[in-house]
Ligand binder design. Structure first.
Ligand SMILES: [Fe+2]
Length: 207
């Protein structure tokens, strides 16, 4: 495996280079996030770098609701990924975790984000915030790792995710806030495969 630039452009390559340099310099995930913030803000402010194809919903979606998770870049060793998450109007992700630190920012449309914390064997809503384009936040597990996003605009929302794992291919979790139930969850990508493993095969065989 080598680095995979699905969207192979100078902008994406320069961004990934800068992110890797920042991670190399940083003494902690929090510090790395702080170092990356200015470059991430630039990416969110740049109208031109993300092709239309990656701003489209995906009917067959691991997230459900037509939510498109479009891989743009992932590292050969699974230590970094960049993807666009496209959420149609009114659609929401399940409550989910990421199991890696990173930055998430809104590029198009508006979203409500609900942040959950683990509590009494389940999860409870801790915070809710409204996001507009250019807004972004750090995910820093275990403290800030569980959330749900919902599009509140009449246009599809597009958020940009930079995370320090191969998020679409990692087995993580969804949470049912009402019942407290946790389920294994692998979202996949709309445009890239995951190396198959046992849970994936089980899941596809059982539909
Ligand atoms: Fe998320």
């Amino acid at each position: 495996m080598s680095d995979e630039f699905v969207l192979d452009t100078p902008v994406v390559r320069a961004f990934v280079d800068d992110v890797r340099a920042a991670i190399g310099r940083a003494g902690s995930a929090e510090e790395a996030c702080d170092l990356i913030r200015p470059r991430f803000a630039e990416l969110l402010a740049d109208d031109a770098w993300l092709p239309e194809a990656y701003r489209e919903p995906a009917p067959e979606s691991g997230m459900g609701g037509g939510i498109g998770q479009w891989l743009l870049f992932r590292a050969a060793d699974g230590s970094l990924s960049l993807f666009a998450l496209v959420v149609p109007p009114g659609a929401a992700t399940p409550v989910h975790d990421h199991l890696a630190w990173g930055l998430v920012g809104l590029y198009r449309g508006t979203q409500d984000e609900e942040i959950y914390v683990e509590s009494d064997g389940g999860v409870r809503l801790a915070e809710q915030r409204a996001l507009t384009p250019g807004d972004f936040y750090a995910l820093l597990p275990p403290r800030d790792d569980i959330h749900r996003v919902r599009t509140t605009s009449s246009e599809t929302s597009v958020s940009i995710h930079l995370l320090t794992n191969d998020t679409g291919c990692v087995w993580r979790h969804t949470y049912d806030p009402a019942s407290g139930e946790t389920s294994p969850f692998r979202s996949g990508y709309a445009n890239a495969a995951c190396e198959s493993d046992e849970p994936a095969r089980d899941r596809s065989e059982t539909g």
